[in-house]
Design a protein around this ligand. Structure first.
Ligand SMILES: Cc1cc2nc3c(=O)[nH]c(=O)nc-3n(C[C@H](O)[C@H](O)[C@H](O)COP(=O)(O)O)c2cc1C
Length: 215
């Protein structure tokens, strides 16, 4: 450990959640009769690449908690600039009292693989099946496998490439919502050689080493 102390740091009185930015996703779920609901969740994350797995942490007191626990399924819908107001609303009103789909003028449509609906207006819908529920304290963590992903066809070009960058995704940081900004680089750019048309001493072109994308 370093002996160097910093004069620029202030220790927060209580350690808390400072891992930001995070996505504030809109999680859709349904009750036994198929009545849909949406809960906004910021404590969500990717936890495994293969099998593809995610987690969401939900308080037992939420109306959605029992819906997800009983059905064993949910859909993560990514939040965009256009959906931010609805995402906030779904995070401050309960499905016990209001129909959030109707209030936010959103459409619940059938998912491909799970019994929970997805939000049509969201460009990315991640269908999840719960594998494990871990009681952590204030929140229970639902560990779930991603069984299907649907994306809005409007963002797929002629070559079949999906343009996530055009969907205007938002992030949540320390109580505030932000639209994603300028792209700063892409995976591995720090070690990638610039595509210069320079010839080597032997007369050949300098080659770019490929950086393997594993997460
Ligand atoms: C930005 C934001 C993030 C939130 N993140 C979570 C979360 O990660 N887990 C949770 O249990 N509640 C979270 N909430 C609170 C719930 O979304 C809120 O209590 C909601 O009204 C619950 O809806 P329900 O009763 O219909 O399930 C969040 C709220 C907001 C506004």
């Amino acid at each position: 450990m370093s002996d160097r102390t910093s004069t620029h740091k202030t220790v927060f009185p209580k350690p808390g959640n400072f891992l930001y930015p995070v996505p504030a996703v809109m999680v859709s779920c349904a009750d036994g009769e198929g009545k849909p609901n949406i809960i906004t969740v910021a404590w969500a994350g990717t936890v495994c690449s293969d099998p593809p797995m995610v987690s969401i942490s939900v308080r037992k007191s939420r109306y959605s908690y029992d819906l997800i626990r009983k059905s064993g399924v949910f859909v993560i819908n990514l939040t965009t600039k256009k959906l931010t107001r609805a995402a906030d609303y779904c995070g401050v009103r309960s499905g016990r009292d209001v129909d959030k789909f109707a209030e936010c003028r959103l459409h619940a449509v059938a998912a491909e693989k799970v019994g929970a609906p997805l939000i049509e207006e969201s460009p990315v819908n991640i269908e999840c099946r719960v594998k494990q529920v871990i009681e952590l304290g204030t929140h229970d963590m639902f560990l779930a496998e991603v069984v299907c992903v649907q994306v809005d066809s409007a963002y797929i070009d002629e070559s079949g490439k999906f343009h996530m960058e055009d969907t205007h995704l938002t992030a949540y940081s320390h109580g505030k919502y932000y639209e994603l900004g300028k792209m700063l680089g892409s995976f591995g750019y720090s070690v990638r050689k610039k595509p210069v048309k320079k010839t080597s001493k032997r007369g050949g072109q300098t080659k770019n080493k490929k950086v393997k994308k594993t997460r």
